[in-house]
Ligand binder design. Structure first.
Ligand SMILES: Cc1cc2nc3c(=O)[nH]c(=O)nc-3n(C[C@H](O)[C@H](O)[C@H](O)COP(=O)(O)OP(=O)(O)OC[C@H]3O[C@@H](n4cnc5c(N)ncnc54)[C@H](O)[C@@H]3O)c2cc1C
Length: 424
């Protein structure tokens, strides 16, 4: 078959890998000039490594991704350093990346709350029954089982930070998935995620996959007589789309109303992430990931000092810091200039290190996306669009369909390969 794939993110590339191996003729169309999608990176001239536009890492449980990397023969390039993740309590930061550190964390006291926190964590790691958990909101479930103190200290700030006004609506299966499938050890690719995307694209090309970069597809139509699909003006037997649900609806408005309604009914958050190259380290203690409580007046959700995860020598000695947030579309950050955003963020950087001054800043980059995090509501499984659309030969695989898992490159690979199995 002659198959078109729209998008050279990990979903599209993973599907192409399997479909090519099954003997089909594959063309990937990608609007950007590079592969990697949301997990792509950029590089200053004096850096050896690329840097992800939006902070990225893998978990040790990312079996789909790590398995694919082994298949590609690139496993010696995956590293799992031991960066420190910290939680906030009464204006101080505490390591929170092991059971011991969780037990030592003062924010939960020493009595019943810590025991409840431990039991809830254990239960969520053990149970596989996410279908029961998707019937209730994370807000209600955690208040009931973890208690008010644990909920307000640990889970409410995360939910508010990630989902803003939807935070009381997100179902408990979302939190289950995070607790169930994540590890404290975090991994990355030597050279950065972009290096991996480029190597993957190169291997696909070697297999005979055609990747057309810088081509933004405008429409997909079905030819009523031949039943083939036109991708702009080119004809294919089958097409897999890996964009956001909104873009899918725009690409193919002739989809039946029910399917279109399902696509457009899916909620998601956008993201705005500022990257700074600094002359000095921001975290005096060498911390990597700060879980920032937005409720305490911070203007972002996560502060990530990337060069406390991988050595600064990969970036010409620059100290790399991200400040990022998940936001509803229409939030003012989407229309603010980079300098306006920096002015908003600078006072917060001083809270992490009082010695910080604007002279430390060598350069900033701001990356924005409308589609960063699907919002799973109660009973969400019934809202997930089928990979096989009602149009013969047209398939759709996106972050919004990896549910009950939370979005991630691991699950992009999983759904890409699942789509390939259905299409073969
Ligand atoms: C802030 C943030 C942090 C994240 N952190 C992590 C993390 O730590 N670890 C992790 O594993 N994952 C993380 N993710 C999620 C991860 O990036 C995604 O789950 C994954 O990259 C999705 O892959 P995909 O192939 O489904 O979609 P995408 O990567 O979105 O790929 C879709 C592709 O389609 C292209 N496209 C769109 N429209 C068209 C068109 N009309 N014509 C041609 N091409 C088109 C796009 O340019 C894009 O390249 C994060 C995401 C964000 C936003």
């Amino acid at each position: 078959m002659k198959i078109a794939i729209i998008g050279a993110g990990y979903g599209g590339m993973a599907a192409a890998w399997d479909l090519k191996k099954a003997g089909h003729d594959i063309t990937i169309f990608e609007s950007a000039n590079y592969a990697g999608g949301l997990a792509s990176g950029f590089k200053a001239l004096h850096w050896n490594w690329s840097l992800e536009k939006f902070y990225h890492h893998w978990f040790q449980t990312d079996n789909e991704m790590l398995g694919l990397i082994r298949e590609l023969g690139l496993e010696d390039k995956v590293i799992f350093p031991r960066p420190l993740t910290v939680m906030y309590y009464k204006k101080k930061w505490y390591p929170f990346d092991s059971i011991i550190n969780a037990l030592l964390f003062p924010g939960l006291g020493w009595g019943l709350n810590k025991i409840r926190f431990g039991f809830v964590g254990l239960f969520l790691r053990i149970t596989n029954n996410w279908r029961a958990l998707e019937k209730v909101t994370a807000h209600e479930w955690m208040l009931k089982w973890a208690g008010k103190k644990v909920y307000e200290q640990m889970w409410e700030p995360l939910l508010i930070g990630k989902f803003a006004s939807f935070y009381k609506d997100v179902n408990m299966a979302w939190l289950w998935a995070r607790m169930h499938a994540r590890t404290t050890r975090l991994g990355t690719f030597e050279g950065g995620f972009q290096k991996f995307a480029d190597l993957f694209a190169e291997k696909l090309r070697k297999q005979g996959v055609e990747i057309r970069l810088g081509v933004s597809i405008k429409s997909i139509k079905q030819d009523q007589a031949s039943r083939s699909l036109s991708v702009d003006d080119e004809s294919f037997d089958k097409v897999l789309v890996t964009t956001s649900p909104n873009l899918m609806a725009k690409l193919c408005p002739s989809l039946p109303e029910n399917y279109l309604k399902g696509l457009l009914g899916l909620k998601s958050m956008g993201a705005v992430v500022m990257t700074l190259s600094l002359k000095h380290s921001l975290s005096k203690d060498g911390y990597y990931w700060f879980n920032v409580p937005k409720g305490e007046g911070y203007p972002f959700l996560a502060l990530v000092e990337h060069t406390n995860f991988v050595p600064k020598e990969n970036f010409g000695g620059d100290h790399i810091v991200y400040a990022g947030d998940y936001l509803e579309l229409g939030h003012e950050y989407f229309s603010m200039s980079d300098d306006e955003l920096l002015e908003r963020f600078i006072p917060a950087f001083q809270k992490f290190n009082p010695e910080f001054s604007r002279e430390w800043i060598q350069k900033i980059w701001v990356h924005k996306t409308n589609y960063a995090q699907p919002v799973p509501l109660v009973g969400h499984s019934k809202n997930i669009p089928d990979i096989q659309t009602p149009i013969d030969g047209l398939y759709f695989a996106s972050m919004s369909q990896v549910y009950p898992w939370d979005r991630g490159t691991n699950f992009a690979v999983e759904i890409g390969r699942r789509a390939a199995r259905i299409m073969k």
